[in-house]
Design a protein around this ligand. Sequence first.
Ligand SMILES: Nc1ncnc2c1ncn2[C@@H]1O[C@H](COP(=O)(O)OP(=O)(O)O)[C@@H](O)[C@H]1O
Ligand SMILES: [Mg+2]
Length: 267
Amino acid sequence: MPLICVCSPKGGVGKTTLTANLAYALSRAGNKVLALDFDVQNALRLHFGVPLSETRGFVAKATEVQDWSQSVLTVGTNLFVLPYGEASETQSELFTEALKQDKHFLARGLNTLLNYPGLIIIADFPPGPSPALKAISPMADLHLVVLQADSASLSMLPYVENQRLTGDVLNQKSGHYFILNQTDSRRQVSRDVASFVEQHLGDQLLGMVHRDESAVEANASQQSIFDFNPSSAAAFDIELIAKKVVGILGIEVGDGTVHSVPRMSGT
Ligand SMILES: Nc1ncnc2c1ncn2[C@@H]1O[C@H](COP(=O)(O)OP(=O)(O)O)[C@@H](O)[C@H]1O
Ligand SMILES: [Mg+2]
């Protein structure tokens, strides 16, 4: 704990990019961080230098293996990733069915990780509602909802506000916050969307992240944006958001450095 969920009604808005770079930012601040992938695309791992050929993950054997921490990969100092992994259609369906049928399934699989002292878990999801998001949400300490600075994303705001992502209040602990990604002050639509969400969401808007080629290139070179271009606008924005997350959750910086995480294999 703590457990953070990064979700959105839309795809392609930057959930995976932000999950990965927030994980980097939080680990750089001295916390142990696990980035957890619930998206069948299995792309989160690619932000952490895990090779394409590395297909291990927790989903393929999620119904057979009790403790999913066995599939965690160590990807840096204080930084771990639990990939979705390559899974057949049947394996993914079994996983989804177990999530829907057995309300203890997720808590059981993640038990070791959820109880690991000081470990921050940041989880990435497929777009829209998903059985994984629905199952994990009651356990989560914080939800971050990513929207893109365009009219298509904006039109989905009522969808989130009407509790359509999980069918319930998104988060009953520290609450849910929005991140507006890919803002571009040169574009009128981006400026309009930004000023609308600022007014409409108030403090619930945790931050905005500039549209920045460094985000794309950092991903392509499997690095964090902080390593790729520490002086980029998006690096600055994401760092600020990470600090706010730390503040909201009351995370004591350096909490996770004292222990070594057990049963985590290298890449
Ligand atoms: N702030 C940003 N500036 C520029 N490109 C971005 C930014 N955030 C994400 N992207 C790019 O947008 C695309 C979609 O991002 P991704 O994180 O995969 O979205 P999602 O997980 O929501 O589907 C990727 O090509 C990514 O590199
Ligand atoms: Mg994604």
